[in-house]
Design a protein around this ligand. Structure first.
Ligand code: GDP
Length: 196
């Protein structure tokens, strides 16, 4: 499995610091605390891999983890932190929007949302940017271990309906880093985007 070979190769604070726009990238986005770092660690089975990205309030970075010469996972800065100054928030939103719109090597976006708090305001914004850029989308409803099976399926259905209503073409699944459920399904999606 190529994901286990993920290696941190650098960070960009601005778009002009990104590595060459070649190969295939899949990016991970989500509100702070949605479980993005844990999901990246679960997918790669490397503990602590995504920790680099975690310092709220400071300059946020786009972090790159290469899998091989042509494939990389991209950890986008978490959003939704109340304490971040408004000006910085807007700056980052603009950077994120531009990255999603213009990055040629970006072949898919995984959006993580806590299954107990799905579809918050900026989540929808990201989904709409991705749609506008015709960027394939996959949603992980994280921390599914916090809900009963029935409640989890209820959320799944509700989010699917909401996506349909807003005409956003995304696939959705439940995911838990705690008990690793949903990992296989997530990997299948990544494999497809990475041509594996
Ligand atoms: P990030 O800010 O999106 O990178 O979120 P983290 O991965 O750091 O997770 C935020 C918090 O949620 C931490 O306290 C994690 O231990 C917890 N967490 C993450 N994933 C899960 C999960 O699958 N189940 C449960 N119960 N807690 C989780």
């Amino acid at each position: 499995e190529v994901y286990r070979r993920a290696q941190y190769t650098g960070s960009a604070a601005q778009l002009d610091q990104l590595p060459a726009d070649t190969g295939i990238e899949v990016a991970f986005a989500g509100r702070s605390n949605a479980g993005k770092s844990s999901a990246i660690n679960t997918i790669t089975q490397i503990n602590g891999l995504a920790r680099i990205s975690k310092t709220p309030g400071r300059t946020q970075m786009i972090n790159f983890f290469t899998l091989d010469e042509t494939r990389a996972l991209v950890d986008l800065p978490g959003y939704g932190f109340a304490k971040v100054p408004e000006k910085m928030k807007l700056q980052w939103q603009a950077t994120l929007g531009k990255y999603l719109e213009s990055r040629q090597s970006l072949k898919g976006l995984v959006l993580m949302m806590d299954c107990r708090h799905p579809m918050k305001e900026f989540d929808l914004q990201i989904l709409l940017w991705a749609k506008a850029a015709a960027l394939p989308l996959h949603i992980l409803l994280t921390k599914s271990d916090k809900l009963s099976r029935g409640a989890g399926n209820g959320v799944l259905q509700k989010v699917r309906q909401q996506l349909q209503r807003t005409d956003i073409p995304a696939t959705v699944q439940l995911f838990s880093s705690l008990n690793k459920s949903g990992r296989d399904q997530a990997i299948s999606q990544l494999d497809e985007w990475f041509n594996l």
